[in-house]
Design a protein around this ligand. Structure first.
Ligand code: HEC
Length: 184
C-alpha cells in the first residue's frame, strides 16, 4: 500500500514536483495559536475595549506628563507654554469645551468655524494666534466689534480653560467663515 507521503501531486512547475505530506505539528500549532491570539487580541482591544490600544495608551501618557508638568508650574506666571500644556490635559480641555458650548457657539459655532465671530480653526488671527494673545482676546474682548470681555464674568482659571480649548480648535482648518486678520 502506498502511504500518503508517497503521493506526488499532479502539478509540475518547471520540473518541481510536490508530495502530499501532512503539515508538521509544530507548524499547525503556530497557525492555530496565531488564530486564537488574533481573535483574543481583537475582542480585547477592538470589540470590548477592555484594554487600551497602543495609541490610546500613548495619548494617556502624554496627557499625564502634561498634567504633572503643569502641576509643577503652578504658581508661576502664565506663559504660551503653560497654556499649550493645558491644551493637552483632557480635563482642562473638557472644562473649556463646556464653557465654549454654553457661551461662544452663537457667534463662533460649535466647531469654531465662525458665524458672527471669526473662524477660530484657520491660520489667520485678527488679534494674534499665540496662546497668550488668544487668552488676552478672550479675557478683554473686543467690545467695539461685539466680542465680549469674558474676564468680567469668568475667573482667570476659566479663561485659561477657554483659551486651552480654542488652542485645540486652532489649526483644524475647517471650512467656514473666510479667514480674517493676518496669517500667523
Ligand atoms: C456675541 C458674539 C460673540 C460671542 C458670544 C463670542 N465671540 Fe469671540 N469674537 C466675536 C467677534 C465679532 C470677534 C472678532 C472681533 C474683531 O473683529 O476684532 C471675536 C473674536 C474672538 C477671538 C479672536 C479671533 C481672532 O481672529 O483674533 C477669539 C479667540 C474669540 N473670539 C473667542 C471667543 C470665546 C472663547 C468666546 C466664548 C467665551 C467667544 N469668543 C464668544 C464675537 C463673539
Amino acid at each position: 500500500m502506498i502511504s500518503e507521503k508517497d503521493i506526488v501531486l499532479d502539478h509540475n512547475y518547471d520540473g518541481i514536483q510536490e508530495f502530499d505530506n501532512r503539515l508538521p505539528n509544530w507548524w499547525l500549532w503556530i497557525l492555530y495559536g496565531s488564530v486564537v491570539f488574533g481573535l483574543c487580541y481583537w475582542l480585547f482591544y477592538q470589540t470590548y475595549g477592555v484594554g487600551d490600544a497602543p495609541e490610546v495608551r500613548y495619548e494617556k501618557v502624554i496627557a499625564r506628563a502634561a498634567e504633572e508638568q503643569l502641576a509643577r508650574m503652578a504658581g508661576q506666571e502664565r506663559t504660551d507654554e503653560s497654556l499649550l500644556l493645558m491644551a493637552k490635559v483632557p480635563a482642562q480641555v473638557d472644562a473649556g469645551r463646556a464653557l465654549f458650548e454654553k457661551n461662544c457657539v452663537e457667534c463662533h459655532l460649535a466647531d469654531g468655524s465662525g458665524k458672527i465671530g471669526p473662524n477660530l480653526t484657520d491660520g489667520s488671527w485678527i488679534h494674534g494666534g499665540k496662546p497668550l494673545e488668544i487668552r488676552h482676546t478672550i479675557d478683554k474682548g473686543v467690545p467695539a466689534k461685539g466680542m465680549v470681555a469674558w474676564g468680567r464674568q469668568f475667573s482667570p482659571m476659566k479663561i485659561d480653560q477657554l483659551a486651552a480649548y480654542v488652542l485645540t480648535l486652532k489649526g483644524k482648518n475647517l471650512p467656514g467663515k473666510a479667514p480674517e486678520g493676518e496669517p500667523e
